[in-house]
Design a protein around this ligand. Structure first.
Ligand SMILES: Nc1ncnc2c1ncn2[C@@H]1O[C@H](COP(=O)(O)OP(=O)(O)OP(=O)(O)O)[C@@H](O)[C@H]1O
Ligand SMILES: Nc1nc2c(c(=O)[nH]1)N=C(CO)CN2
Length: 219
């Protein structure tokens, strides 16, 4: 499909009254973020910051990030960086999908190949307990329950998380791609950002054979 003229359905009015209705009280929602082109860590930083600054959205919590082997799509894609965000919102489900879509557009997402590499993908995993089988917004997300790249970061953030009545811990243990999901190291340069008193650590030269340790550290 061409990435130029394509119009996302979330730009149109909600297709069902339930998807277009704002809740009386804020609802807990779960988003899944994925990126494997350009600068995935910076992209996820920007997406989480944008979500945290949105009106009608509170209690934004971001999971640790996961480096994950690509599931499906064309061969040879780079690994993904995946992250889950939980929040509360009184936006309608359809409005939350529009938020997700706008974030993707701001990061120049092009929809060309199904499950192809992308600068940013934002899926709505759950919106309270709402169940929707509409193809333009299916809730819970129809493939989330079998995606370790969604379930494991969510579990790291919330060990008690439940998806469609099942513990996320149980689903993550069953997901075929879970073995390819590992926790991303926080990036050292960002941990040190702004600290000019920290000198980068150089790798230690190997000790000469037979020489005793003089600093008491392990070899
Ligand atoms: N829960 C949902 N979250 C996000 N998009 C959804 C959801 N349910 C249905 N859709 C629809 O799916 C369509 C395709 O979305 P997208 O391009 O993000 O798919 P994908 O990320 O390539 O694959 P997948 O849907 O398997 O994650 C969108 O146009 C959107 O309207
Ligand atoms: N590892 C990984 N694989 C994927 C991902 C993703 O975010 N991470 N997203 C997909 C479509 O949404 C398809 N495959």
């Amino acid at each position: 499909m061409s990435g130029v003229d394509w119009r996302h359905p979330a730009e149109d009015p909600a297709p069902t009254p339930a998807l277009g209705a704002r809740p009386a009280e804020p609802v807990a929602a779960v988003l899944a973020l994925g990126a494997n082109l350009r600068e995935p860590a910076e992209t996820l930083d920007a997406a989480v910051a944008a979500l945290s600054a949105l009106p009608h959205v509170t209690d934004v919590q971001a999971s640790p990030r996961a480096v994950t082997a690509p599931v499906g799509g064309p061969p040879g894609q780079p690994d993904y960086l995946n992250q889950v965000v939980t929040l509360r919102t009184d936006l309608a489900p359809w409005e939350l999908l529009a938020v997700a879509h706008r974030l993707e557009q701001e990061h120049h997402r092009r929809r060309e190949v199904r499950w192809g590499a992308r600068t940013l993908d934002v899926d709505v995993i759950a919106y309270g307990d709402l169940v929707s089988d509409h193809p333009d917004l299916t809730l819970p997300h129809p493939r989330a329950a079998e995606r370790g790249f969604v379930l494991l970061p969510w579990l790291w953030l919330d060990p008690d998380a439940v998806l469609a009545g099942r513990p996320v811990a149980e689903l993550a243990a069953l997901a075929a791609d879970s073995p390819g999901v590992r926790r991303a190291e926080p990036e050292r340069h960002r941990l040190l950002a702004g600290r000019d008193d920290v000198v980068p650590v150089r790798p230690r030269a190997p000790r000469a054979p037979g020489r005793d340790a003089i600093d008491g550290s392990a070899p």
